[in-house]
Design a protein around this ligand. Structure first.
Ligand code: PEP
Ligand code: MN
Length: 325
């Protein structure tokens, strides 16, 4: 249930509606809009009786929210969310390019790539310090040292940094250094991690799970929003199919569906979808054509020597194409 207040509703009238919702044992979550406040009713089992609220002062209307993901749904917010990350805008009308290595390998590597992708038109830098790897023997990331390198690179280039939190133990550390906290495909249904991200003051980039339906992905975003963090960016990165001409299959159709269902920005990561360099630029073009709000691409100055995902990493010169240059 969404309770839409009139434009002239006073803070006291909003408070009174919140108190009424809470008196019924539900949770009230005010959603500030450009013109008027709406209050979303959460934690109700079954439909809520609209007549409870219809007559209260300042209430314009009570609308049922039919989707299971409430705060994420367009039913609760008609306009697109735009997220401001240190002056970089993500969402509605902005095409945001995030580029950088799969993993931070050294200060020299991260700084070299960051300077090159910035010159090519990137707005934000990506780079993992804690890496979720299939093999326990593979490079796991530099950990805290990687985060410190990212902070120094941010200082040098002025670009905000996106880096992944893989577990609750290291979440606080990642949160301290990151401008955007990435929750990776493998963690999309790590519900305690999602709840922790919901308590963060930093924006969250939530990748779609390897075999997640769109509903499951949006419900994962709901976990973060339910915790109070409204700054969620969705990122489609390919799903597992029978195909083996690419690492995963990029689900381009997710973009129009998500844009219809949700007000949250949706990016595409063609690098993890493709798994191979030659497909990254064609998929980037397709991603822009279906209306995503930006791209996250992997770039390495020496992909042959990369400690992870070299095969899918673009050369810095070709990342210019992703920036439309
Ligand atoms: C990544 O972006 O570094 C990553 C591991 O991606 P994904 O979670 O999509 O596999
Ligand atoms: Mn990678």
């Amino acid at each position: 249930m969404l309770i839409v207040m009139t434009k002239k509703a006073t803070p006291a009238e909003i408070e009174a509606v919140v108190a009424t919702i809470e008196s019924k044992g539900f949770m009230a979550r005010p959603i500030p809009g450009g013109e008027r406040v709406a209050i979303c009713v959460l934690h109700n089992e079954g439909a809520v009786e609209a007549s409870f609220f219809g007559g209260l002062p300042g209430v314009k209307e009570a609308i049922p929210v039919t989707r299971p993901y409430k705060l994420v749904s367009r039913e609760s917010q008609a306009h697109d969310t735009v997220i401001d990350i240190g002056g970089v805008l993500v969402g509605n009308g902005h095409f945001t390019l995030i580029a950088g290595p799969c993993a931070v390998e050294s200060e020299h590597q991260a700084l070299t790539i960051a300077r090159l992708v910035k010159k090519a038109g990137a707005h934000m830098l990506r780079g993992g310090a804690f890496k979720p790897r299939t093999s326990p023997y593979a490079f796991q990331g530099l950990g805290e040292e990687g985060l410190k390198i990212l902070a120094r690179v941010r200082e040098d280039t002025g670009m905000p940094v996106v880096t992944e939190a893989i577990d609750n133990e290291t979440f606080d550390l990642v949160e301290e250094y990151a401008d955007v906290i990435q929750i990776g495909a493998r963690s999309m249904q790590n519900f305690s991690l999602l709840r922790r991200a919901g308590k963060s003051a930093k924006p969250v980039l939530l990748k779609r799970g390897l075999a997640a339906t769109i509903d499951e992905w949006l419900m994962a975003a709901e976990y973060v929003m339910e915790g109070g963090n409204t700054r969620v960016i969705l990122c489609e990165r390919g799903v597992r199919t029978f195909a083996h001409h690419s690492r995963n299959t990029l689900d381009l159709s997710a973009v129009p569906v998500v844009r219809q269902e949700s007000h949250l920005p949706v990016l595409i990561d063609p690098s993890h979808a493709a798994g191979r360099r030659d497909q990254v630029i064609p998929l980037s073009r397709a991603a822009a054509a279906v209306g995503c709000h930006g791209l996250m691409v992997e770039v390495h100055h020496e992909p042959g020597k990369a400690l992870s995902d070299g095969a899918q990493s673009l050369y810095p010169s070709s990342s210019r194409t992703c920036a439309g240059r």
